[in-house]
Design a protein around this ligand. Structure first.
Ligand SMILES: [Ca+2]
Ligand SMILES: [Ca+2]
Ligand SMILES: [Ca+2]
Ligand SMILES: [Ca+2]
Length: 451
């Protein structure tokens, strides 16, 4: 499937890297890749038409801190995303160096946690993943923090620009060994939160519709209490979203949403096969109209599964096997705008290694990419996009945080397989607003403002 193209990364020295987020950092309308540096600089890689160049200024590079998880979202509703960087200098519990919440004013990045009015609320626990959520449909996002040996956080912007931790008030607080986060409208129209944990059960916070949550993991069959969760991804099921979960050296799960309202693990034995897994990604890499499942493993070959003839089969992963790679984070984006997704894999933890970049072998299928925006014009993370072509419906949610420590591009990417026409596209925003586009032309990126 994958062909290595890491030579397109202009400067790529071995380093300890963790999470990867995809967002428009420099405000030019095109997405960059942000990669967490653990003890070294964070990277901001921008496609300049030929290769990826690092444009991280000192405030973003933040050299010397130990960054691990990243996510972007528009916390203040000004149309531009802020960047949350979770730093962890220890495995669990209290830490020395607080997190960053970087906002761009003009061309200057300011850490909102460094402002005197926010200093007390900043996160001082070791953690892992970050995700964003528009829990009430205002177009303003909160940042969910999965701490390890410390309480989960939900940072939102309150009156007069103050940052508040709302986790306790809305029922998102939990003290656990937090690893991965997924925020998407899984059960209903408003975004829910899945938290993959180590030492204790996973948690599923169902959005009751008013932005408050009820924890339902055990009832839904998602608790998996004996396993140590790592990467998690949302994937299209029949007419609903399912959840792929990688467990560290334990059986991987494909939690299929059942008509009865719960989830059942339907991972076939080959997919369930335990591995030293980190990030998990579901994406249509070959544009055949079906998402593949990618498992990023640490110190053993990565794996790829595809939906072929109505069942999951292991695919030849090609150059992305990286049997000696210490894979940590990974993310997808169409960097060069050719309508096929690229895959960036970060490595670290056990040894410094360079980043790895892959493109999928071209198949010549048509495609369509939908980029919905919030009321203010920022990426509408957590919105759901459905597409009908060839008598079949495909669905994606704009990534708000997934994988392990990561966040994918804020675009619904659809391969069309052998279809040459799209019947319609339907977008549902976190506030419930729905817009229908009839017969959009394929092979383009459609940026769709909130109606
Ligand atoms: Ca940009
Ligand atoms: Ca903003
Ligand atoms: Ca595919
Ligand atoms: Ca591409």
């Amino acid at each position: 499937m994958f062909i290595g193209c890491s030579n397109l990364i202009a400067s790529n020295l071995p380093a300890l890297h963790y999470g990867v987020a995809v967002a428009d950092i420099d405000g030019d309308g095109a997405d960059e890749l942000v990669i967490a540096g653990h003890g070294g600089p964070n990277r901001v890689l921008k496609w300049d038409g030929h290769r990826l160049i690092d444009i991280a200024e000192p405030a973003l590079a933040d050299d010397g801190r130990r960054a691990i998880g990243l996510a972007c979202g528009d916390i203040d509703g000004d149309g531009r995303e802020e960047l949350y960087i979770l730093n962890s200098d220890g495995f669990s519990g209290p830490k020395q160096v607080v997190d960053r919440l970087l906002a761009c004013f003009g061309r200057r990045w300011i850490d909102l946690f460094a402002l005197p009015e926010n200093f007390a609320v900043a996160n001082r626990f070791a953690g892992r993943s970050i995700a964003v959520i528009d829990r009430t449909g205002t177009g303003r996002y909160g940042f969910i923090v999965a701490n390890y040996g410390g309480p989960m956080r939900l940072y939102e912007m309150g009156p007069r620009g103050r940052i508040l931790d709302m986790a306790d008030e809305c029922g998102l607080d939990a003290l656990t060994g937090g690893r991965s986060l997924l925020a998407a409208p899984i059960l209903g129209g408003r975004p829910d939160v899945f938290a993959g944990n180590e030492i204790g059960p996973n948690l599923f916070f169902h959005n009751r519709g008013d932005g408050n949550f009820t924890e339902l993991a055990e009832t839904l069959g998602l608790a998996d209490p004996t396993q140590a969760a790592r990467g998690v991804a949302l994937i299209q099921g029949e007419e609903r979203f399912d959840i792929v979960l990688g467990n560290w050296e334990g059986p991987h799960r494909l939690f299929q949403q059942t008509a009865g309202g719960g989830f059942a693990d339907v991972a076939p034995p080959e997919m369930a096969q335990p591995s030293r897994v980190r990030t998990v990604i579901a994406a249509d890499f070959d544009n055949d109209g079906y998402e593949e499942i990618f498992f990023n493993n640490m110190g053993e070959p990565n794996r790829l599964f595809g939906w072929r003839d109505e069942r999951w089969v292991a695919l030849e992963i090609g150059d992305a096997a990286l049997p000696h790679g210490y894979g940590t984070g990974a993310a997808v984006a169409d960097l060069d705008g050719d309508g096929q997704l690229e895959l960036l894999i970060a490595h670290g933890e056990q040894a410094p290694q360079p980043l790895s970049l892959f493109m999928a072998e071209p198949r010549g299928h048509h495609w369509l990419r939908i980029r919905p925006l919030t009321q203010a014009g920022a990426p509408a993370r957590g919105a759901v996009v459905r597409l009908w072509a060839d008598g079949r419906m495909q669905m994606r949610s704009i990534c708000a945080g997934s994988g392990y420590l990561c966040q994918m591009e804020p675009v619904a990417h659809f391969g069309l397989g052998h279809a040459r026409k799209v019947e319609k596209v339907e977008i549902t925003w976190p506030d419930g607003t729905t817009l229908r586009l009839d017969r959009p032309e394929p092979c383009q990126v459609l940026t769709v403002p909130h109606p």
